[in-house]
Design a protein around this ligand. Sequence first.
Ligand code: PMP
Length: 458
Amino acid sequence: MDARPNSPEARDISYHMHGYTNARKHEEAGPLVIEKGDGIYVEDLAGNRYIEAMAGLWSVAVGFSEKRLVDAAVRQMSKLPYYHDFGSKSHSPLIDLAEKLVQMAPVPMSKAYFTNSGSEANDTAMKMIWYRSNAIGQPARKKIISRIRGYHGVTIASASLTGLPNNHISFDLPIANVLHTATPHHWREGLPNESEEQFSSRLADDLEKLILAEGPETIAAFFGEPIMGAGGVIVPPARYWEKIQAVLSKYDILLVADEVICGFGRTGEMFGSQTFGIRPDIMVLSKQISSSYLPISALLINEKMFEPIADESNRIGTFGHGFTGGGHPVAAAVAFENLKLIEERDLVGNARRVGAHMQKRLRELASHPLVGEVRGVGLIAAVELVGDKANKTPWETAGALGGLVNCFMQQNGVISRNMGDAVAFCPPLIITEPQVDEMIDAFERSLEAAAGQVGSPR
Ligand code: PMP
């Protein structure tokens, strides 16, 4: 890093507190300052170019230099830079986007509701569910079940839904009424000789036991990502969602599909719900909705949700919830154009085709001594690294090897992210096969560099 007192790096250390960063270590190491983007690449201040193997934060579907999104923003900014949807106000970008999303939904949905982030959308989903429970005369139905290692955001309610220690420790979370059930990770959690399907049955039984122990009349909803993203890219085992949904419908429990990462093509279908046969009552959408060029998120809710909520708002006088920036016209216009691009360029088909190549290349590494598991679907994957393959245990401390490989990847021109020892790949949906090869060649070189250090004293 440039250590001169007035360098951008030094000013970042002086003035900026980062998300998801060790604030003390940052004072020593400083930031990587990204200056510009071009397709799947980004460039830092020193002019080093990197493949953005995480599409930013799982989100820049169309790449980092899409002029049509810039033009859409400028057009809308010049015409109507801001408006809202409170008190029955509306505007064309919001109406266009709401119609488009409801029409795109893989199951019948009634309405789109707009928010600004995945966290806000999940908070809103939880509030809508509680509101509905009161509306249908079942005020005891307030408990929500999510999963260990699930990720739903960082606001107070959504961080409570999230099932990761770093989001709870020292934040005094989770709040009451949130319960966590098991992670569907067969490789890590399956019993010896237990098939994927048997494992799925066991998790569905565990869920049912939890519901019965708590009292089914107290459970309102289940939140889950089709594939768990930030928890380590955990692909559900065979028939998992079918078995979980059977339990939920038996007790009339709502299902929320958090499609914030999977939505808009990531899995090789438009939605992860299609890939896994999920029939949600609420879909939570963000990230690739606008390729994250501007912040925007949305909920799609079905009739079962909307009708009682509408009646309750009529009884009270209003639906007392909404965000100043919800459905922001510039963000909505950019999202609408982005969805058109995803369709016109068949980026979902690209995720399927190029994703198959990425999955094949990664699976070729499965026999490497440091590779425990390779998992993924479409253009999302993770390679979980281990120190001891037979026992699936980490090298030195948990996350040390993942961090090391991630560091080498950056030196090799690829920005990736390690969630503990799981190194993730989630590139822009526009990536080509040769670019996948470039990314995975760099990963292989990084793995070899790490292998050279494993076993040698540090
Ligand atoms: N849900 C999922 C599945 C996510 O991956 C994320 C973000 N990584 C969120 C919710 C939260 O979104 P945000 O960071 O926009 O609040």
